[in-house]
Design a protein around this ligand. Structure first.
Ligand code: PA5
Length: 320
């Protein structure tokens, strides 16, 4: 099978190790007026998950940056948390430099590269995750490290990390569900539908299908879906299949009934877990394994992402 498959199979152990990662450095300030989460791709999805959990609990504004630029309102009272597995992603590095120029508080999660160098030189609070993994497959370590790092600023999203990661322990049923989903999605154009709370998981599913299975996929979020995209389904393409992420939320029932009535091939993914974060972690495991099984079915190499390398090389030449 693939190198990345072995990493996914070790998710529970990798997550367990992450619980004991050391937090280096301490905050310069204990309060801030806003939180900026910065990261791209497999690292950036952690930003989305944290954002979604904080959406209903944070008293300060939280924003996500997946770009070179930080918001105009960033100030010395902002906290920027940068996540980059390699530590060399130019977009993320740029946001860190800009935040430091302004005098904002910056903290970092990485496995190495320029970000680690910067964190050490500038004495920025940081956590170092295991090196030698593949960014998207390092997800449980990046997530847990970020939760730990944010807690030093009093942002407590999870009171029991062991219980959080327990959803990863039993690989067999997860693998079985993933194989069935891979069979279902094979040779299709998957449309992942969720409500707003679960948008990071819908995105994660799409990203995993893109990167590991080399497939195009689309994400639609209710209720916005019902104000535009829904009309496109009046004439659905026959390669489209839909995966709906279930939540106990009335609004998610509508697309399921609507699409079934129109004969769209659809499956509903129910998630294990006690809360939003554990459900998204569990769903991410299903997404990862499904995408690797699909890579096998499509005869492509899951770990290879030549097009991302091409883009990163372009950036290196254009922004040396
Ligand atoms: O999963 C991947 O390989 C990519 O999506 C990367 O995460 C993305 O290119 C950003 O790189 P990094 O995670 O090293 O910052």
């Amino acid at each position: 099978m693939f190198v990345i498959y072995d990493i996914y199979l070790r998710w529970y152990d990798l997550a367990l190790r992450a619980i004991n990662f050391e937090v280096y450095g301490s905050p310069r300030k204990d309060s801030f007026q806003n939180l900026i989460l910065s990261g791209m791709g497999g690292s950036g999805i952690v930003c989305d998950m944290i954002y979604s959990v904080l959406y209903s609990s944070s008293e300060v504004p939280v924003t996500i940056v997946k770009d070179f630029q930080i918001p105009r309102w960033t100030s010395k009272n902002s906290l920027l948390c940068a996540i980059s597995y390699s530590g060399n992603t130019l977009e993320t590095l740029n946001t860190v430099s800009k935040a430091l120029e302004i005098g904002a508080e910056v903290c970092i999660v990485t496995s190495g590269g320029k970000l680690l160098e910067l964190a050490r030189v500038r004495g920025l609070p940081h956590i170092v995750v295991d090196s030698g993994l593949i960014p998207r497959a390092a997800f449980p370590q990046l997530l847990i490290a970020t939760l730990k790092l944010l807690s030093i600023y009093g942002i407590n999203l999870c009171s029991d990390l062991r219980s959080l990661i327990s959803v990863l322990r039993d690989v067999e049923p997860i693998s079985k569900t993933s194989k069935e989903l891979a069979e279902f999605l094979k040779n299709s154009l998957p449309v992942i539908i969720s409500n707003m709370r679960f948008y990071p998981l819908a995105m994660r599913f799409k990203d995993e299908l893109n990167e590991n299975s080399k497939m195009m996929a689309k994400v639609e979020l209710v209720p916005e879906w019902a104000h535009n995209d829904i009309v496109g389904w009046e004439l659905p393409l026959n390669i489209v299949k839909s995966l709906v992420i279930w939540d106990d939320d009335l609004v998610i029932e509508f697309p399921i009934d609507y699409l079934r009535c129109r004969g769209v091939d659809l499956q509903v993914l129910k998630l294990l877990g006690d809360d939003l974060l554990s459900k998204m972690l569990y769903g991410s495991y299903i997404a990862g394994l499904t995408s690797v099984y699909l890579a096998g079915l499509h005869g492509v190499k899951a770990e290879e992402t030549k097009s991302i390398d091409e883009y990163k090389n372009f950036l290196r030449v254009r922004f040396p």
